[in-house]
Design a protein around this ligand. Structure first.
Ligand code: SAM
Length: 218
């Protein structure tokens, strides 16, 4: 899926991935990331996730990137936050206390913009990308962060023959092959969630597993 298709999806309200609550795995698992208090967390492909607020409320500085301006606008409006808006390189930058969202393409980021980042939260970001882009995504992060950063990664696994993405199926072996060079990878949660996702069952899935990975730099 091209970035422009995501912009159209947001306009059409096709945002079934958005949760109206904080992701429970984030609350449960984030302490294991051991991000230093007050440090900066990067949330790639952040949508209008409420997880941004949760991370901010834990005392972190949060920086997200999102291609859809509408998503970012809605994030601020729906949470009654007053943004300050300016521009930095190819990005429109929306800011409030503790949260900076960059409107633009993740692949246009540069390391200077993310210089303070100490950890990463990826929920439904890697799996938003088709296979050929996932390696580019990982390589881009390698370019952005000279040292690997502790990361919490949440993915979905299902039989890709049964449904076309997004979300795309990313299994353990792919996570390993993408990240093992720089990270020690632990799968800390693996749970069958199809019973709670009738929409995916109606698309033909017979199993849908949500995995949470803790990735620590080697
Ligand atoms: C599946 S959603 C997940 C959003 C968020 N992480 C969450 O948990 O709700 C993927 C998001 O990535 C955004 N996106 C896709 N490609 C992007 C890109 N190249 N740069 C920035 N954002 C992108 C989409 O607009 C969409 O909001």
């Amino acid at each position: 899926m091209k970035p422009e298709s995501w912009i159209e999806r947001w306009k059409a309200g096709q945002t079934g991935f958005h949760l109206s609550h904080i992701n429970p795995w984030l609350e449960k698992c984030w302490p294991q990331v051991a991000a230093p208090a007050g440090s900066t967390v990067f949330v790639p492909l952040c949508g209008k996730s409420l997880d941004l607020l949760w991370l901010r409320d834990q005392g972190y500085e949060v920086i997200g990137v999102e291609i859809s301006r509408l998503a970012v606008k809605n994030f601020f409006a729906e949470n009654a936050l007053q943004p300050q808006i300016d521009h930095i390189e190819n990005f429109e930058r929306w800011q409030c206390e503790g949260i900076t969202l960059l409107v633009g393409d993740f692949f246009d980021l540069d390391s200077v913009m993310l210089a303070d980042v100490a950890s990463i939260y990826d929920r439904a970001s890697l799996i938003a990308l088709p296979e050929e882009m996932r390696l580019q995504y990982v390589e881009k992060k390698r370019e952005l962060f000279v040292s690997a950063l502790p990361t919490l990664l949440i993915t979905l696994e299902y039989d890709q023959q049964q449904m076309s993405g997004p979300p795309f199926a990313v299994d353990y072996s792919e996570v390993e092959s993408l990240y093992r060079q720089r990270f020690r990878i632990s799968r800390i949660i693996s749970e069958e969630i199809l019973h709670a996702e009738p929409h995916f069952r109606s698309k033909g899935l017979t199993s849908l597993i949500e995995n949470v990975y803790l990735m620590k730099p080697k």
